[in-house]
Design a protein around this ligand. Structure first.
Ligand SMILES: NC(=O)c1ccc[n+]([C@@H]2O[C@H](COP(=O)([O-])OP(=O)(O)OC[C@H]3O[C@@H](n4cnc5c(N)ncnc54)[C@H](O)[C@@H]3O)[C@@H](O)[C@H]2O)c1
Length: 339
C-alpha cells in the first residue's frame, strides 16, 4: 500500500514516515522545504534502512504537485501535513497562511480525487476548538471562533475536506492534534525547523543549550494552577502512530462514514511552568526564563478527551512527559554537537 506524505521532511511528517515504514507501508514524501530540509530523510534512512522517494514541490503549484501522482499513480493514501503552523506569525501574516494552507490543501484533494486515492488523513489541530470554556474537549465539543488565522485555516480545511469528498469513494480522517513534542528515541531525528521554533519544548531546549539567552513564559495571570497556560503534550512518536492506525482503519474498511474526526492528545493538561520544571528535573539544567505578557492568539487552557481514538483506532499513547523531555533534550544535544 503506497502512501504520500506531504510536509514529510517536517517534524511530525518525518516521524510518521518512520512509523509507516515500520508498519509495512510503502512511502513517498513531498515538501517545499519552507520549514525543513532533507536531513530528516537521511535520519529516516539511518533508522529504518529505507531511502524515501522525495519530491521537492510546492503543493500550491497544482501542475508541479501532479508530477508526484504521475510518477506514482498507485498512491492509495495521502497524509497531508504540509502547512504553515506558527499561531503568532499567522496573526501577523494572515494572507500568507490562508494562501499556503488552503491552496495546498485544495490542490492535494483535487489530485486525490483525480488519481482515485482511497484514504486522506488531515493534520488538524486542537486550535479548531477555539477559546473553550472547559476541558477536556471531545470531538463533539462545539467549535468556537478560531483564536488565530492559523486556527481558522484548520477549521476551513476540515470543512473543505468534508464538502469535497461527499459521495466520493475517498474517505478522510481529521486528526486534531494537541501539543506534539519530544523526538525519536534514537536521538537521530527531532524537531529542527528552519524558522525559529515557537512551540514550547524546542524553545526550552534551545535556551538550555545556549542558543537563546533566555525564554519568555507568555502570561502568569491566567486563572490556572500557577497562572500559566495549560496544554496537552503528546509525544511525537505516539502522534505518528495515530496516523498509521488511521490509515489502517480506512483500508480495513472499518470506517462507515465519509469523514471521521479524532482527538489526538493524552488527556493530561500541564501548565507551561510545570513543563519547564519537568525539563529541569529530567535534564538537570536550570532554565533561564522570564515572565512576559500574554501572547495574541493564545488561549488559557485546553486538553483532550481521546477515548474515541482509543476505542475505534486502538490508539494507546505510551510516552509520558518525562519521555518527551528526555528525547527532546537528547535530540537538542545531538543536533547542536553532531558527532
Ligand atoms: N507541531 C504542532 O504543534 C502542531 C499542532 C497541531 C497541528 N499541527 C499541524 O501538523 C502539520 C505538521 O506540523 P509540523 O509540526 O510537522 O510542522 P513542520 O513545519 O515541521 O512541517 C510542515 C512541513 O510542511 C512543509 N510545507 C509547508 N507548506 C508547504 C507547501 N505549500 N508545499 C509543500 N510543503 C509545504 C514545510 O516545509 C514543512 O516541512 C501541520 O499541518 C501543522 O499545522 C502541528
Amino acid at each position: 500500500m503506497k502512501v504520500l506524505v506531504t510536509g514529510g521532511t517536517g517534524y511530525i511528517g518525518s516521524h510518521t514516515l518512520i512509523d509507516l515504514i515500520e508498519n509495512g507501508y510503502d512511502v513517498v514524501c513531498a515538501d517545499n522545504g519552507c520549514n525543513s530540509d532533507t536531513s530528516s530523510l537521511l535520519a529516516i534512512e539511518k533508522i529504518t534502512g529505507v531511502k524515501v522517494p522525495y519530491f521537492h514541490i510546492d503543493l500550491c503549484d497544482l501542475s508541479g504537485a501532479e508530477t508526484i501522482f504521475k510518477s506514482h499513480p498507485d498512491i492509495q493514501g495521502v497524509i497531508h501535513f504540509a502547512a504553515l503552523k506558527a499561531v503568532g506569525e499567522s496573526v501577523e501574516k494572515p494572507i500568507q497562511y490562508f494562501r499556503n494552507n488552503i491552496d495546498s490543501l485544495i490542490n492535494t484533494l483535487d489530485l486525490c480525487l483525480k488519481y482515485d486515492v482511497k484514504a486522506f488523513i488531515f493534520s488538524s489541530s486542537c486550535t479548531v476548538y477555539g477559546d473553550v470554556s472547559s476541558s477536556p474537549v471531545d470531538e463533539n465539543t462545539p467549535l468556537q471562533e478560531a483564536a488565530s488565522p492559523y486556527g481558522r485555516t484548520k477549521q476551513i480545511g476540515e470543512q473543505i475536506i468534508t464538502d469535497t469528498i461527499k459521495n466520493k469513494s475517498l474517505k478522510s480522517i481529521l486528526l486534531r492534534y494537541f501539543n506534539p513534542a519530544g523526538a525519536h528515541p534514537s536521538g537521530h531525528l527531532g524537531e529542527s525547523p528552519i524558522n525559529p521554533p515557537q512551540n514550547l519544548v524546542p524553545v526550552i531546549t534551545e535556551t538550555a543549550i545556549g542558543k537563546r539567552n533566555s525564554m519568555t513564559v507568555y502570561g502568569d495571570d491566567y486563572p490556572t494552577r500557577d497562572g500559566s497556560c495549560v496544554r496537552d503534550y503528546i509525544h511525537v512518536c505516539d502522534l505518528a502512530h495515530a496516523h498509521t492506525l488511521a490509515l489502517n482503519y480506512i483500508f480495513e474498511g472499518l470506517q462507515s462514514i465519509q469523514t471521521e474526526i479524532f482527538n489526538v492528545g493524552i488527556g493530561n493538561g500541564l501548565t507551561v511552568l510545570e513543563i519547564i520544571r519537568a525539563f529541569e528535573k529530567v535534564s538537570g539544567e536550570k532554565l533561564n526564563y522570564q515572565i512576559g505578557g500574554r501572547r495574541p492568539g493564545d488561549i488559557m487552557a485546553i486538553y483532550s478527551d481521546y477515548r474515541k481514538a482509543k476505542n475505534l483506532l486502538g490508539w494507546n499513547p505510551k510516552y509520558n512527559v518525562n519521555d518527551i523531555m528526555h528525547t527532546a533534550w537528547l535530540w537538542e544535544k545531538n543536533r547542536s554537537n553532531p558527532k
